[in-house]
Design a protein. Structure first.
Length: 345
């Protein structure tokens, strides 16, 4: 969202953000500096949905300049879109980002909302084909679905050898084979399996290191598993950061063993830096842009994953070709933001 927001002509289109958690967001100050507003809802607690719907309805009535509601929280977006429908907002966009729903305590409710979602929306958007079909069904998707690419600023991800060397030196990685991952520590991202795979890699490549970028509810359990597997001293927990572009450049292979994905922007970013990538077969094939990107079944043994990852050492990749490959596939934010702006107008 921020990639698009930074690129659109804000004299014609302005974004406001409705956040469902009271904690400050990483981009709040930047949003306000660009003229946007950040509204904080009472939260999507199942016990307080009537209060939430009233809040959204009042917000939209009090701000008649808002003409479009674009919901990115998938099944739970039903509540904002239904509120928008009830107060007469003419354009209501549902936006799918995933091909599955996490099984938490809201899971049964999310299934119901998923069924109701199309009726509250006027437009059916997705980051990719598979997510669109999952949320809207094949018939509706094929007839009226629209793909908005998770586009990126190519200038940030063009490979820079000096940045690669700087980061590797600062973390003692000069002579290491660096495997990287960017993602929240939650069930979907499958960090536990990633550690198993990495432990297998180290049997053949003791110089291998694993760089993990992100935070999340499972972070402590992942750290504990790293200790138990004896790979703690080879694993870097780098936390959350606003700009991960340099770390993609520092990596020798980017690995994403997710249990499910729509079309992950991290996969686009990694390929833009020319990094060889290995994705699980649960990550849509649409994300495969580079000839040096591989998909491996989650049913495959850890030894097979390790073999594919270690093969990246032999590729002799020209990292500078990555941005052109990704640009030609339609993921350049400069071009895509203009398309989005025209559609909104």
């Amino acid at each position: 969202l921020m990639n698009y927001y930074r690129e659109i002509d804000r004299s014609q289109i302005q974004f406001d953000f409705l956040a469902n958690k009271p904690i400050p967001g990483e981009y709040d100050d930047e949003i306000r500096a660009m003229g946007g507003r950040v509204f904080v809802s009472p939260g999507l607690n199942p016990l307080h949905f009537p209060k939430y719907k009233r809040f959204v309805g009042d917000l939209l009535r009090d701000n008649p300049d808002i003409k479009i509601v674009h919901a990115h929280n998938e099944a739970m977006g039903y509540y904002a879109l239904k509120s928008a429908k009830d107060v007469g907002i003419p354009v209501r966009i549902a936006h799918a980002h995933n091909t599955q729903i996490i099984r938490d305590y809201k899971y049964p409710l999310k299934l119901v909302c998923k069924q109701l979602l199309p009726g509250a929306a006027t437009d059916y958007w997705s980051c990719g084909r598979d997510a669109g079909i999952y949320y809207y069904g094949s018939k509706r998707w094929n007839e009226s679905g629209f793909t908005l690419h998770n586009a990126i600023d190519m200038s940030r991800f063009e490979f820079r050898q000096e940045e690669r060397e700087r980061l590797r030196k600062s973390h003692g990685l000069e002579n290491c084979f660096v495997i990287g991952h960017v993602g929240r520590f939650n069930v979907q991202k499958n960090h536990s399996r990633l550690l198993d795979i990495f432990a297998e890699v180290t049997k053949t490549a003791p110089d291998a290191r694993l760089a993990l970028i992100g935070v999340g509810e499972l972070e402590e359990s992942v750290k504990e598993k790293a200790r138990n597997l004896g790979i703690w001293d080879k694993t870097l927990f780098l936390g959350q950061m606003a700009d991960v572009s340099g770390w993609y450049m520092a990596m020798d292979c980017f690995v994403l063993p997710s249990l499910f994905e729509g079309l992950p922007v991290v996969g686009i970013e990694a390929q833009a830096t020319g990094s060889p990538c290995v994705f699980s077969d649960r990550v849509t094939d649409e994300v495969v842009l580079s000839p040096e990107t591989r998909r491996v079944s989650l049913e495959a043994e850890d030894t097979e994953w390790a073999r594919v990852i270690l093969a990246a050492r032999q590729l002799g990749t020209d990292r500078k070709k990555g941005t052109e490959i990704v640009r030609e596939a339609g993921y350049d934010i400069h071009t895509e933001a203009q398309k989005l702006q025209n559609i909104y107008l």
